[in-house]
Design a protein around this ligand. Sequence first.
Ligand SMILES: [Zn+2]
Length: 328
Amino acid sequence: MRRLFRHKLMILCYHGISLDDEHEWWPGVFMTEDKFCGRLKLLKDHGYRVLGLEDALNRLSEGSLPANSIVITADDGYLNSPETLVECCQEFGYPLTIYVTSYYAEKQTPIFNVMVQYLFWKTDRSSLKGDLSAIGLPGVDHIDLGDSVEKQRWCERIINYGRENCDEDGRQNILEALCAKLELNYGGMVKAGMFRLMGQKQLQMIADKGVDVQLHTHRHVFPVDKDQANREISENREFLEPIAGKSLEHFCYPSGKWDPAQLPWLNKMSIRSATTCNLGFVSEGDDYLTLRRYLDKQTISDNEFLAEISGFLAFARQIRGKVRSIWN
Ligand SMILES: [Zn+2]
């Protein structure tokens, strides 16, 4: 099976390593350090070749990609990356690309919308009563948290309120008030660095160690509006390029969302490659502005991981598709 897919490239996608129980809340984004290091060991034990992003793409274009090639990428740039993702990769001698979104790298506060959702998952409270204006719900005096759909609705309302009505200090005040209402420890979470991104100091440290720091927009949005999209990339570059000490030409769509209209804009902005969250291998001749990846998760077993990167599962999907088209 591996022979069929051996000259295709698999780009792995990670995000953050848990400080506490984040992987139980959102296993598609947070992973334990043991699980991540275990994956790197599997790559080594099964003879995969881990290349840097730029090197792999160049070799794919030249037709000289080694068999069973892998690229490791991580999105967002979480604060504990130097002592987790980076250290694990360096232990195995594997190159790593981290796509960094710069707004929260500059602010050095927890990411508002991510933390609001975590707090609602974490709390044992089944309802909140009293004046709820401090948590972004003015005019509301009672919310029920027993029902998960209701809970999600309140969560979104608070996030929208914070986005539309507050500056960053205001949003952090909401998080602090929300922790108090939900009986959770805001100070402890902030001190631990939960939901925070690397700042200039940590980014410089990993760039000096050879980690490839690349683009992921300034505010973690990439609108289908040429001027706003340009602004997202230029502000992201302004923050990251002095740290990286080179011009940055590799990009990752926030939340994997992209639109065909954006591709010519990326070309104009001298972006050479852009990764999505669409599952699959990258083959010679593919558009480098819509690169497929494999989003690895805490809940994926080692066997399933190996089946995916070997091409076995892609092959099984192709067969299933063919059978379905004959049948229908
Ligand atoms: Zn992201």
